[in-house]
Design a protein around this ligand. Structure first.
Ligand code: BGC
Length: 773
């Protein structure tokens, strides 16, 4: 990863300088704003209840016209001229907007739309959740959208080009559905196996997550849809999410939690982001100036929309001045709290109003600039031509699910199961996605049962309960365990009790059991020794059944690798008591404490108010520092159930040779050649993983860190040399003395293999140079 180019920084400063100048001139023109030539009042329709019969929800079609067709567009104006640059157009528009319009532009108009400037022909801009596709209940046009696999399943493919195609396909759906801004992907780190939104993220490793998320963003934005990566920063658990502070030190922030943001902003050119509901080191994320204006905008050159999450702009009403200067630009879904503050301040004096207006213009600039840059006001609201891409999206959804499903156990080759065998599916009905804003409805669903039936025909049966004879007579019994993730609540490690009970009974009747895990959270695995196979299935979207059947039948050879570690028990995790209140875990985080906490109600309905005073922040200390995931388990020498990067195949691979070509001095790169062979009988994909360790480290460093990977297809019997590239960042740590990345000369160990614990090849490498970025 490169640091932001000086060009970017220059650009940023130039823009800000221009913006300030424009701000000053706008002061003079506030009262003489130009209005649209043929100005006609356009009435917005209030949102109607979600109805499948009403494709357009919330607005009438005139309101959504592009600038070239809107009756109120100022003829000849720069902002309306699609041949002009985005910054110039934004500044021109800002010059024409009234103080009130600028205030409105800092907030949403209704749940998923921004304010229009109807007077000037600027339409409202639409946004929709989430990541695994478009969540129709949030869109204006509600026809159909494909439910792809969840982000965690995408991460499990370890296939960056699939991530790019995935993002592009979701972008195509957005263009059909009139979605200008997609509220995704989720890019928080999996710090805890119990975190409720793990399914929306890319797992526990900053390197894997950075590459996969960056590719998704590049694909999505390639379709001129703004990606709002979320939620910045340290929003890694749902526990009391609006009032809990994620507290971490500088090195932890830089090495674990920021790399993904650097990657999607600097390399992926993300033009949107959402701030976390949480606080970060004691300051609410949406008012965190060092994080937003400092790191994101100043260091990474982020020129995009920085919006709040949906409930948190009403928390901390007394600190609204810092919202104006933090670098955030848009309060969603509404700016009521900020607006009250602005109006009160503007009433103090004309000078104060003028000061505020400059701040508003900065905020508005960051919201409007990306919209002009992406041509949002120049194009038709929706482009039905994109519907013809949807069929290919179904194929892609199946492909991603095929590559994501992760084979964790396969004793006596119980899988694949040949056609003609008697297969029984038991357990919970599977979920195709998690709950909350990460949910995507999808259509033409193929359930697990439907998918399996197409392969095994009438020799396939499904049951929710145990019929002893049926279980005994089956050749293989698949037992599905489901744990639903979702926003606003973390997921207890224990359970799902009923399904686990059922499983424990089934293994007593039939030994040929394969467990399907339909989840993204930790769970007890005491049953593991009693089953022959395990497939981790995450949430696989609408094509889930087809993909499961592909893998179970052997049509597809599994190639997924775990993007997280499966721990033995929550006690092994870096923060087992992360959500303790009064000595007990508290599993809620969805705003129910708001009225009490803000002093509007005497108590909450549950035990919360016994332990937390109104206005009192909760603390989530990230005491494990840089040691999350495998870094933690390595350091503590704790055995795990399945390690990060692990996943079996229907073939076997042999890692044969490793060598290093040092081009650090000339190219800033180190090339590592790894020879890997498919030693089994079927063609299959393998992900070659490269981990780095500094031997004579001056600061404490993890035993190993993933620094490169490549997924390759190897024919049965084929041997191939894969070249992986490392750069200075691969050897660096964050130096708290100089506040920068640093690499020291000396001995490094480079390890290659097929998982974080199976690394048969090791080579020493002596870094001869030192450096800072
Ligand atoms: C979630 C966001 C989501 C928003 C809009 C919030 O509760 O945290 O991720 O984009 O709602 O649905």
């Amino acid at each position: 990863m490169q640091s932001p180019s000086t060009n970017n920084l220059c650009l940023l400063f130039c823009f800000l300088a221009t913006l300030l100048a424009a701000g000053a001139s706008a002061q003079q023109s506030v009262t003489s704003s130009v209005s649209g030539k043929n100005q006609k009042p356009i009435t917005a329709i209030k949102p109607k209840p979600n109805s499948n019969n009403i494709p357009m929800v919330g607005v009438d079609s005139t309101t959504l016209l592009p600038l070239s067709k809107h009756p109120n567009t100022v003829e000849g104006a720069i902002y309306a001229d699609a041949t002009k640059g985005a910054a110039e157009r934004t500044l021109d528009l800002l010059r024409r907007m009234t103080f009130e319009e600028k205030v409105e532009m800092t907030g949403g108009w209704n749940k998923f739309l921004t304010h229009a400037v109807e007077r000037l022909g600027i339409r409202p801009v639409s946004m929709a959740d989430a990541g695994q596709g478009v969540r129709l209940s949030t869109t204006v046009i509600r026809t159909r959208s494909v439910s792809f696999p969840s982000m965690i399943a995408l991460a499990a493919t370890w296939n960056p080009s699939l991530a790019e195609t995935f993002g592009r396909s979701v972008g195509e759906e957005c263009r059909a559905l009139g979605v200008d801004i997609l509220l995704g992907p989720g890019v928080n780190m999996q710090r805890l196996s119990m975190s409720g939104r793990n399914f929306e993220y890319f797992g526990e490793d900053p390197f894997l997550a950075s590459i996969m998320a960056r590719e998704y963003v590049l694909g999505l934005q390639g379709e001129k849809v703004i990606s709002v990566a979320k939620c910045y920063l340290g929003y890694d658990q749902e526990f009391c999410r609006h009032i809990a502070s994620s507290n971490m030190d500088e090195r932890t922030m830089r090495e674990i939690y920021l790399p993904i943001w650097e990657s999607i902003v600097v390399e992926g050119k993300a033009m949107g982001m959402m701030t976390g509901n949480n606080l970060f080191n004691g300051i609410s994320c949406y008012m965190h100036r060092p994080l937003i204006n400092g790191i994101l905008r100043g260091e990474y050159g982020f020129m995009g929309i920085a919006m709040t999450d949906w409930q948190n702009s009403s928390y901390f009403p007394d600190m609204q001045e810092s919202v104006l200067t933090s670098g955030v630009s848009l309060m969603m879904p509404v700016n009521t709290t900020l607006k009250d503050y602005i109006e009160a301040q503007a009433a103090i004096s004309p000078q104060r109003k003028a000061e505020i207006e400059i701040l508003l213009e900065k905020m508005n600039f960051y919201t409007l600039y990306p919209l002009f840059a992406f041509g949002v006001f120049d194009r038709e609201f929706s482009d039905p031509a994109y519907y013809k891409t949807f069929e290919s999206h179904k194929t892609l959804a199946r492909h991603v699910a095929d590559e994501g499903i992760t084979l964790l156990k396969n004793d006596r080759n119980i899988l694949p199961i040949p056609a003609g065998k008697k297969v029984l599916l038991l357990g919970a009905e599977e979920l195709q996605c998690g709950a909350g804003s990460g949910a995507v409805e999808g259509y033409d669903h193929i359930s697990f049962a439907q998918g399996l039936r197409t392969v095994y025909g009438d020799r396939f049966a499904v049951n929710t309960q145990i019929d002893e004879a049926q279980v005994r007579k089956s050749d293989v019994v698949l037992v599905n365990l489901t744990k639903e993730g979702g926003e606003g609540r973390d997921i207890p490690f224990e359970g799902p009790d009923e399904q686990l009970d059922l499983l424990r009974k089934v293994v007593k009747i039939n030994k040929n059991v394969v467990v399907l895990i339909n989840a993204a959270n930790g769970l007890p695995t005491d049953w593991l020794k009693d089953v022959r196979g395990v497939l981790w299935c995450y949430f696989l979207g609408q094509e889930r059944g087809a993909a499961l059947a592909d893998v179970v039948s052997g049509k597809v050879v599994p190639s997924g690798k775990l993007p997280f570690t499966i721990e033995r028990s929550p006690a092994d995790s870096p923060a087992p008591t992360f959500n303790y209140l009064g000595g007990k875990p508290y599993w809620r985080g969805n705003n129910e404490y708001r009225s009490y906490w803000l002093g509007m109600e005497p108590a909450t309905k549950d035990e919360f108010s016994r332990f937390v005073k109104p206005g009192e922040m909760l603390q989530v200390p990230y005491e494990e520092g840089i040691y999350i995931g495998y870094r933690w388990f390595d350091r503590k020498n704790l055995p795990v159930v399945f390690p990060f990067g692990y996943g079996l195949s229907y073939t076997t691979f042999a890692y044969k040779k490793i060598s290093v070509r040092d081009a650090m001095a000339s190219e800033g790169m180190v090339y590592v050649d790894v020879e890997v062979a498919n030693t089994g009988g079927v063609d299959a994909q393998e992900t070659v993983q490269l981990y780095v360790h500094e031997v004579n480290n001056t600061v404490e460093r993890p035993q190993k860190e993933l620094k490169a990977f490549a997924k390759v297809l190897l024919k049965a019997g084929e041997s191939r040399t894969v070249t992986l590239a490392l750069n200075s960042r691969s050897f660096s740590f964050w130096d708290v003395e100089t506040h920068g990345w640093k690499y020291n000369p000396g001995e490094f160990r480079i390890m290659a293999g097929g998982s974080s614990v199976a690394l048969p090849l090791t080579v020493g490498y002596e870094l001869k140079v030192t450096g800072n970025e």
